[in-house]
Write a protein that binds this ligand. Structure first.
Ligand SMILES: [Zn+2]
Ligand SMILES: [Zn+2]
Length: 158
């Protein structure tokens, strides 16, 4: 970017005059400064730095077109954002899978607990029925054994 005096608009390249950059962010030529450290744009005392190839790199940047560099940076930022989004999607998917698994596990646990209760209930019923039928246990067993196999056959023959 070609600097120019902000007051008389003399171009550095065209006029070959000395231009100065001020700490109030203005560019002034030697003629407009009239040998003073006074900014005609702000009407304030200012610090000056001569614009030249020997000025510090961080100051040179102000007169260098950074747009091509910026386009590259924007590409990099877009790429990195896309990468982050892919990573975030993956993390989200993993998290969803974790919660789904947890939910399934809880459902299974609940089912298991209910089965356990059912089982305990059946066992309790079995035990109490066995206790109350203790006296007639042998008579209860007799018809059962008569149904099975040979005994049933022998019963038929009789
Ligand atoms: Zn000027
Ligand atoms: Zn100024």
């Amino acid at each position: 970017m070609d600097p120019f005096c902000n007051i008389c608009f003399k171009n550095y390249q065209a006029a070959k005059c000395e231009l100065f950059c001020t700490d109030c962010q203005h560019v002034l030529c030697q003629e407009c400064l009239k040998g003073r450290d006074f900014c005609g744009m702000c009407n304030k005392k200012c610090r000056l730095m001569k614009i030249s190839n020997t000025m510090p790199q961080n100051m040179k940047k102000f007169f260098t077109d950074v747009r091509p560099e910026l386009t590259g940076v924007i590409k990099i930022v877009k790429f990195q954002d896309a990468q982050r989004a892919i990573g975030a999607n993956h993390a989200q998917r993993i998290l969803k899978e974790y919660y789904d698994s947890k939910r399934r596990l809880e459902a299974i646990k609940k089912e298991y607990d209910e089965l356990g209760k059912e089982f305990a209930k059946v066992k309790q019923e079995e035990r109490s029925s066995a206790g109350s039928n203790r006296g007639s246990f042998s008579t209860l067993r007799t018809p059962q054994s008569s149904v099975s196999g040979n005994s049933a056959g022998t019963e038929k023959k009789r």
